[in-house]
Unconditional design. Structure first.
Length: 106
């Protein structure tokens, strides 16, 4: 198959159930008919909220507030340290949820 943009050779990939054609020269991505609709539907399904959980009628007990001796005070700042101290390496950063498109073109 030849690229419609630069007439280069194209490779075909099947990624996550989507048929994608990519040019070796210009790195263009080309989709067959109906593939864009399939990608949009998969992205909407990926970002949809999860279904509500069904409970068996019993509620969970509340979590314990403090597991120490009853006569001792709670730790300062809930054990997080001082507010002006830097966070330890590797903690505190939120990761962005990868979308279906990120996984498709990874």
């Amino acid at each position: 198959m030849t690229c419609p943009k630069c007439s280069g050779q194209m490779k075909t990939y099947d990624r996550l159930g989507v048929h994608v054609d990519q040019c070796d020269n210009c790195k263009g991505i080309f989709l067959d008919k109906g593939e864009l609709e399939q990608i949009v539907a998969a992205e909407e399904q990926f970002n949809a909220p999860p279904p509500p959980l069904e409970y068996g009628g019993r509620q969970q007990p509340p979590p314990p507030q403090y597991r120490g001796r009853p006569d001792s005070p709670a730790p300062y700042g809930r054990g997080r340290g001082y507010s002006d101290s830097p966070s330890p390496y590797g903690y505190g950063g939120k990761r962005r949820k990868r979308s279906f498109l990120d996984q498709l073109f990874d």
